[in-house]
Write a protein that binds this ligand. Structure first.
Ligand SMILES: [Ca+2]
Ligand SMILES: [Ca+2]
Length: 244
């Protein structure tokens, strides 16, 4: 070991010729610092410890812009927006197909009331309702042939008329409404001269009102007549029913 160090020392020593400073023009030769002439260099020391880390350097310049990334995930559905303004009215459409035929209404049947009747034989009794038993029309049966009275079932305005054949006796006949004579007809019979007596009237009736013909007055005025070739008739019908 010592031998090796000695060899290294000898190699490190400058040779005499080399060590002598050569005076170069303009460059003064300098003696070794703080050393005396003829100094001998020592053995190199061991390498020092690493110094503390230096301070962080300055921020570098921004790099170039990167490439565009992938699209993100779809977000949640948003709230329903407000209702928009109503648009303008569209053009008129084509006419539709005709509808089906409707069912028959009830009104026409409900508001029907009519009768037309006649005598079958001459009248022999006075001061009672005359019974017309020859039925020309009595569809609704509002006329009662057993009593000779018409019974109002529909309130409204009614038309009544009678045409009486007068034979053998005078005729005094009244049209009664609710036990009160409201129309009078008088015809005098002349021997061998058949006559006709008639009357007509419009009456407003309420439901339940009754209308009939009856011989009135004292005496024999029941010359109402009928046979196969002579009729005496009594007719009535609803003209207008009352509006509720
Ligand atoms: Ca007469
Ligand atoms: Ca006559």
């Amino acid at each position: 070991m010592l031998l090796l160090q000695a060899i290294l020392l000898l190699l490190a020593l400058p040779s005499r010729g080399q060590d002598v400073p050569v005076d170069e023009p303009g460059v003064p030769s300098l003696p070794p610092k703080g050393a005396c002439t003829g100094w001998i260099a020592g053995i190199p020391g061991h390498p020092g410890h690493n110094g503390p880390p230096g301070r962080d350097g300055r921020d570098g310049t921004p790099g170039e812009k990167g490439e565009k990334g992938d699209p993100g995930l779809t977000g949640p559905k948003g709230d329903t927006g407000e209702i928009g303004v109503t648009g303008a009215e569209g053009p008129r459409g084509f006419p539709g197909n005709p509808g089906r035929k409707g069912e028959p209404g009830e009104g026409a049947y409900v508001h029907r009331s009519a009768f037309s009747v006649g005598l079958e034989t001459r009248v022999t009794i006075s001061n009672v309702p005359i019974r017309f038993t020859k039925i020309f029309y009595n569809q609704q049966n509002h006329y009662d042939s057993t009593t000779g009275k018409f019974h109002c079932n529909i309130p409204g305005l009614y038309y009544f008329s009678y045409h009486i054949t007068v034979y053998m006796k005078d005729v005094k006949v009244s049209l009664f409404k609710k036990d009160k004579a409201v129309l009078f007809t008088f015809d005098q019979y002349q021997d061998k001269n058949v006559d006709q007596a008639s009357g007509s009237v419009l009456l407003h009736l309420e439901v339940g009102d009754q209308v009939w013909l009856q011989v009135y007055g004292e005496g024999e005025h029941n010359g109402l007549y009928a046979d196969n070739v002579n009729d005496s008739t009594f007719t009535g019908f609803l003209l207008y029913h009352d509006i509720d």
